[in-house]
Write a protein that binds this ligand. Structure first.
Ligand SMILES: NC(=O)NCCC(=O)O
Length: 416
């Protein structure tokens, strides 16, 4: 349901525009709601075809979810959407359909509340959303980046390090219960405290198996130094490579947030055999929104796998204002985390997005056979010429590297 009925169209009054501070798009939940409410059905269908692509030649089908999941979404006011990516019928392989979920959420208490209260309130808020995923039969569920805390890395204050936990800490234990209850793989992106290595902090995704076991972890490879994302104040570049986790439901990997700007990061997970790569994120409108619908979708196409993109929602206000080193006034918040979580498929189709301002659960069935079908169709893996890139990279890494540039000799000739 829309928050408003689109009162603030392009020419809306200043007062109306103020209302968009809630994070809505001109009063709408998402771009797709805005378009469907304002375009004639036939035009909307054509715009959707171009914006979202087609899966097996058709618009993505929606899935009917159990009443219990819908009731949880109404009661706890979170967006709930569900789609289905199909693949062609094969003669020698059965379909390999898995149901995958993404959760986006805002924090639950002000950042001034005691830390343990803040964390427990997030646990409490997430419980019903995870239950809705469980009731819907989700097999693999991924939460947003550092879901168990406010995204305090803008502040550069060290006291937020207290939120860090070991891989088997309380957030993992909280999710292990759900993994066992719903026979579900859960990907949990936390601020990790590595006790055995001198209490080093990492930005880590913990992979919890469907029996509640810890399958492994992956640490964020690329740490942002852009805008207020001062994450390098807290943790270093990860040391876990590009692991792919073979789970009961398929081969999965995690490209944490800023890693999505690095095509080779996506590639490496693909080379290791990932069928679904999750991108748990925390990013704000002013910085990255135009990139958001493009990068994950491009990765899904280029690497012939599915991508699940998740971004947190809301504006988090911190007790002490901070500056961004850009000459602008100090401010107490990062800006608006714009949600908009969605799935992208290897055939260039994608789902619409969850709300720009509300908590949400995005569910999609995906036939993993589509990955190989796209490899066979487009042959990106076979035509990739990795040896050329290996040579270029090997030479680039040498201190005496010189770019391969062939200049027009006439450029440097003196005119007579
Ligand atoms: N959390 C994080 O890495 N954010 C960086 C900003 C972005 O990549 O959009």
């Amino acid at each position: 349901m829309e928050k408003t009925d689109g009162i603030g169209k392009e020419n809306g009054s200043t007062e109306e525009k103020q209302s968009f501070k809630d994070g809505s798009i001109c009063g709408y939940n998402s771009l797709h709601h805005l378009l469907s409410a304002n375009l004639k059905p036939q035009i909307y269908q054509e715009v959707s075809r171009l914006l979202l692509g087609l899966n097996c030649g058709k618009t993505l089908e929606t899935i009917v979810l159990p009443e219990s999941a819908k009731a949880l979404s109404s009661k706890h006011d979170f967006d709930l959407q569900a789609f289905k990516f199909s693949a062609d019928q094969e003669l020698l392989r059965e379909p390999r359909v898995v149901r995958v979920g993404l959760i986006q959420n805002s924090i639950a208490l002000p950042t001034t509340a005691p830390f343990s209260d803040q964390k427990n309130a997030i646990f409490e808020k997430l419980g019903p959303i995870i239950d809705a995923a469980g009731a819907s039969g989700v097999n693999i569920l991924c939460l947003q980046e550092a879901w168990m805390m406010p995204f305090a890395f803008c502040t550069r204050e060290k006291r937020w390090c207290e939120f860090a936990e070991p891989v088997n800490g309380e957030s993992t234990q909280f999710l292990q219960e759900f993994a066992r209850k719903y026979n579900m793989v859960i990907i949990s992106s936390i601020l990790e405290r590595d006790i055995n290595h001198g209490e080093t902090l990492w930005n880590t995704a913990v992979i919890i198996g469907n029996h509640g076991n810890i399958i492994g972890k992956h640490r964020k490879n690329h740490i942002p130094r852009v805008g207020d994302f001062n994450e390098s104040t807290y943790y270093m570049e990860g040391n876990t490579g590009h692991p792919v986790f073979e789970t009961a439901y398929g081969k999965i990997a995690v490209n944490i947030c800023y890693g999505r700007h690095h095509p080779l990061n996506w590639l490496a997970f693909g080379l290791n055999g990932a069928e679904i790569v999750f991108n748990p994120s925390a990013t704000v409108g002013e910085l990255s929104e135009p990139m958001w619908p493009i990068e994950a979708r491009n990765a899904a196409i280029a690497n012939s796998y599915f991508v699940g993109s998740i971004n947190r929602v809301g504006t988090e206000i911190f007790p002490n204002p901070f500056t961004s080193g850009d000459g602008k006034p100090q401010h107490p918040d990062f800006g608006h985390f714009y949600g908009s979580s969605h799935f992208s498929a290897p055939d260039a189709s994608c789902t619409s997005s969850l709300s720009r301002y509300k908590d949400g659960l995005m569910i999609s069935d995906m036939d993993l056979n589509l990955c190989r079908q796209l490899k066979d169709k487009w042959g990106f893996r076979m035509t990739a010429r990795y040896e050329l890139y290996a040579d270029t990279l090997a030479s680039y890494l040498k201190p005496d590297f010189e770019p391969q540039v062939i200049s027009d000799p006439l450029l440097h000739k003196k005119s007579s």
